[in-house]
Every structure is written in C-alpha cells, then in structure tokens.
Design a protein around this ligand. Structure first.
Ligand code: FAQ
Length: 339
C-alpha cells in the first residue's frame, strides 16, 4: 500500500504558494509515487505544472478531434444508401459529439475554460488529428473510416482507460465502448460491399487504398521523433509508445483485410517469423507533417466549417445560459418562500 509522505494539497492553492526546492521535490516524489502505485491523480491533487499542461494539450486535442471528426462523416448522412445505414451513421456522429463534450469537461477539471479551448481550435493554435483532413468521396469511405480510423482510435484509446489522470481515464471507458460499435458498423459496411457487385468491390478497394496510410500515420511520429512520449509514459498518461500501438494496429488490420478480401496498399507488408509481427513499408512523414501543419487536402475546409458552426450556434449557448439563470432564480425564490 502506498504511503503518502505529505497530505494531498489543493492544487489551486498550491499553485500560488511560494515553495522551497525541498518541498517541491517531496511533492514531486509523492506524485510520482502515486503514479507508480497506480493511484489515480484527481483534479484537486497536487500535480506538476508540466503534467497539467501535457494533459490539457492531449485531452483538448483529443476533444477537438472528436468534434472535427464529425465533419467527414456528416457529409454522408443525407446520402446514406438506406434508412438502416442512415440511422447507424447518425448514431455514430452523435456519439462523437458526446465524446467531444465528455473530453472538454475532463479538460476543464484541469482549470481551463472551454471558451479558451475552443478559441485555441478556431485560431489554429491547437491541433486535432491529421486523419480528419482527408475527404470522404464515396460511401465506402464511411466504412473505411469505421474500420480503419475507429480501429486505430480504439487501439490508441483502450490503454487511456488506465491513464493516471482519473477524469480522463473514466471518460475513456464509455468512449471506447462506443468506438468499438463504430468499428463494427464500419467493418459491416465494407463486408457488405465486399460481397456486392464488381463496382462495389472496386469502391471498397479504392477507399482502403486512400485511408490505409493516413490511418497508419494517426498514431503520431515514430518514437525517435516523438518529443512527448518518454515523459508521458513515465507519468502513465500514455501506456504504449506510438510505434508499439501502430504495430498492433497493422497486425490486426492485416488479418481483417483478408476477411474483406482487400489488398492493403503496401507492397512491403510481410509477416516476420522472427518478431511475430508484420513488417511494413516506409511512412511518408512529409505528408504527415504537411497535414499537421495545416496543408492537408481539407484543413481549411474543416476549420472554416467548425468556426461557422460555432458562430451559428451562439444563440443556442445564449438560450441555454438564459434558461439556466431562470432555473436558478426560480429555485432561489422557492427556497426563500420555504424559509
Ligand atoms: N495528428 O510527441 P508526440 C478519433 C502531434 S480521436 C495531429 O507523439 P503525443 C475518434 C502531437 O500533438 C483521434 N497531430 O505527441 C474518431 C505533438 O504536437 P504538440 C484522436 C499529431 O501527444 C474516429 C507532435 O505531433 N485521438 O479518431 C498527431 O505524446 C472516427 C508530436 O507527437 C487522440 O487524440 C496526429 N495524428 O502523442 C472520431 C488520442 N500525432 O501537441 C471521428 C489521444 C501526433 O506537441 C471519427 N492522444 N501529433 O504540438 C494521444 O494518444 C496522443 O496525443 C498522440 C500523440 C498519440 C495522438
């Protein structure tokens, strides 16, 4: 059982207290001790400023990804090929909105306002996942997003259920359950196409050709070029490195591709008897960084759509605030009447 050397200190108070080096050191030792002992860090616990900032960066980027991630699929809600497909897609896109809101709430527990986070997204200061800057040109893209993008997302996010920061870890439990439904609906769309006409099978192969490499890139830069991984692993924000997760994703996807009867667009994909994993080709990191820097095929379109939706939703936020104030006033009046 882990023993606390000092009592937990309110993080907000701690923030403004001048600290001696020795005290700071013991706080940091206690903090790391809790993490090593798998004790969750909660919002009011003391935490190093860099831990807080790393979490705000990661959780907010994750939230932005969920929200921007609604756009490529939203494109197909009005064109889904049947009522059943439309219902499935609507539910998936709504789930993603929910994930974004959960994650913004988890991020707010670290002492940052939601308006600030949204401002960071709209001004291009905060990143969101590279994958959502690619276009969805055919219905098969919706299947490919579910299979590959949600598949990659699950691979990365299941370990975050064991993240050291309590609110993020707990939010991820439901998110992962829903992502797993998303992955299955995508796979089922593709399985149906794989049993369809020549044209449908060609559409499936074309979508897989376009989405495979961007999905492989989603895991982020190679470990040797990832500035944040080492510290995030020590703090148990990340449980696996980018390359480890990418390899797991490739290994499972190759087997699933066989069921779909599609070819993955990588001539170097080959099972390696020695490692027990699939070797794969060289990733085009130039493409990845171009997309991350804002020069992908749809970056401008995505950001403009988000900004427009935010502006057009101003009246909803105002109405919600007015309603909440009215409820508060009503409650105050009824309490004063009882008293
Ligand atoms: N795109 O040092 P690292 C989803 C940035 S949700 C853009 O390795 P870290 C659900 C990174 O931010 C998908 N930027 O960084 C869905 C950093 O820049 P910074 C999102 C990327 O944080 C499905 C720099 O490169 N998932 O798909 C990307 O340790 C379908 C150096 O990188 C999450 O956010 C990228 N792909 O590891 C929705 C999961 N990769 O901030 C709709 C949580 C890296 O220093 C439809 N996040 N960068 O300026 C994570 O696990 C981590 O943050 C990583 C990056 C693994 C993404």
């Amino acid at each position: 059982m882990y023993e606390f050397k000092t009592p937990c200190i309110n993080y907000y108070t701690q923030h403004i207290l001048p600290m001696t080096d020795a005290k700071q050191l013991s706080l940091e030792e206690n903090f790391q001790g809790k993490i090593d002992a798998e004790i969750k860090i909660e919002p009011k616990d003391w935490m190093p400023e860099k831990y807080r900032k790393t979490l705000i960066r990661q959780i907010s980027q994750h939230a932005h990804s969920e929200i921007v991630g609604m756009l490529p699929e939203g494109n197909w809600i009005s064109r889904a090929p049947s009522l059943r497909r439309k219902l499935g897609l609507l539910a998936k896109v709504q789930d993603e909105a929910g994930h974004g809101l959960y994650l913004y709430s988890a991020c707010e527990t670290l002492g940052i306002e939601r308006d600030t986070l949204l401002d960071q997204l709209h001004t291009g200061k905060a990143k969101y996942s590279s994958i959502f800057n690619y276009p969805t040109t055919t219905w098969a893209d919706i299947g490919a997003i579910g299979w590959l993008v949600d598949g990659a997302a699950i691979m990365n996010q299941v370990p975050i259920c064991r993240c050291s920061y309590g609110p993020y870890a707990r939010a991820m439990v439901r998110v992962c359950k829903e992502e797993s439904f998303h992955q299955r609906q995508g796979f089922e769309i593709l399985l149906t196409l794989s049993k369809g006409t020549d044209e449908q099978r060609a559409m499936l192969q074309d979508a897989v050709n376009r989405w495979w490499w961007p999905a492989v890139m989603m895991f982020g830069p190679s470990d040797k070029d990832s500035p944040n991984t080492a510290q995030s692993m020590k703090w148990k924000i990340k449980r696996f490195t980018n390359d480890d997760l990418r390899q797991k994703f490739v290994d499972v996807s190759v087997e699933q591709a066989k069921i779909l009867n599609v070819t993955l667009p990588d001539p170097d994909l080959k099972f390696n008897e020695e490692t027990g994993h699939y070797d794969f080709g060289v990733i085009d990191w130039d493409e990845f960084w171009q997309v991350v820097k804002g020069n992908g095929p749809c970056n401008r379109q995505r950001l403009n759509a988000r900004k427009k939706a935010h502006e057009e939703g101003a009246w909803v936020r105002e109405a919600a605030m007015a309603y909440a104030e009215k409820q508060e006033q009503r409650q105050a009046t009824s309490i004063s009447k009882v008293a």
